[in-house]
Design a protein around this ligand. Structure first.
Ligand code: MG
Length: 289
């Protein structure tokens, strides 16, 4: 199933997306649940409650405004750095300097604040005067279902509720200025997400294709099979001594082809449009302004 969060007639709703991707059928949620978006469905399911019934006729997707499926994650988004070998190589002289050994046994994990999240087709604001090196990162993101601590690798896939697409937008100059990446990853609007969540029974995130375009030019193209640390390992790692909660989002890292990896580096400027597609999930497309 694909579940979307959307605005119709001024109010936020959650619905199921039709097989042809052209319409969405709203679900019967109370207003507090609707504010949580798809997170409300995750919570219901892990609490053993029935998923809500349809509430009305299907609406054309063209007639609604999609927002991020989880418009405001309940806490920071977990993000993985340096998770594709070719990307580790392209930034070996900058971001991953001193940390680019293929044998490194632990993933880099950092977070973005929840307020970075914007919708799948919303604008991203360039932080003018603060950073001149804005970059895109096309990524598959996991939405956690049943939470847990010390989740074992072999049990991890049972904790995946679904998948969505994110752009882990990054200010490279700010990222490299500080030992930790939090500031350079957390500017307002720096996490476009969507277009919906695909449930884990419909997609195996361990084997899908991630692509990213800038102004129609294909820049990133990789299989999630090429991850250095696979999804079960990421869940095991993030839950070591930390209780993962239903609805937690883990962005799994970006393939090669980011702007900083180009010669010379090609950063985003006003008017640029970044489109990300993940096979089996969908497309997000955001203009930088
Ligand atoms: Mg990233």
């Amino acid at each position: 199933m694909r579940y979307a969060t959307f605005i119709h007639d001024g109010s936020q709703k959650v619905g199921t997306v039709s097989a042809d991707g052209l319409s969405v059928t709203p679900l019967a949620l109370n207003p507090a649940e609707a504010e949580l978006g798809v997170l409300a469905l995750v919570i219901r399911q892990v609490q053993g409650q029935a998923l809500p019934a349809p509430a009305g006729a299907p609406m054309a997707l063209a007639q609604v405004r999609l927002v991020a499926p989880v418009p405001r994650p309940r806490r920071n988004i977990f993000c993985v750095g340096r998770n594709y070998q070719a990307h580790a190589k392209e930034l070996a002289g900058s971001i991953f300097k001193g940390n680019n050994q293929p044998t490194d046994s632990w993933p880099i994990v950092f977070t973005k604040v929840p307020e970075t999240v914007v919708g799948p087709f919303d604008n991203v604001q360039l932080p003018t005067g603060i950073s001149e090196q804005i970059d895109y990162e096309s990524e598959l993101a996991i939405v956690i279902g049943q939470g847990g601590r010390n989740i074992r690798r072999e049990d991890a896939m049972a904790h995946v509720w679904g998948y969505t697409v994110v752009n882990d937008v990054t200010a490279r100059d700010v990222q490299t200025r500080h030992a930790q990446w939090h500031l350079g990853k957390s500017f307002d609007t720096f996490c476009p997400m969507g277009p919906w969540v695909v449930t884990a029974d419909q997609l195996d995130g361990r084997d899908t294709r991630v692509r990213g375009w800038v102004n129609g030019e294909l820049r990133q193209d990789a299989s999630t099979q090429d991850m250095i640390f696979d999804i079960p390992t990421l869940i095991e790692t993030c839950s070591r001594g930390i209780t993962l909660l239903p609805g937690d989002v883990i962005a799994t890292g970006t393939p090669a082809g980011v702007g900083m990896g180009m010669t010379p580096p090609a950063y985003l400027k006003a008017g640029d449009v970044v489109r990300i597609e993940i096979d089996g999930v969908g497309i997000i497309e955001n203009r930088f302004v």
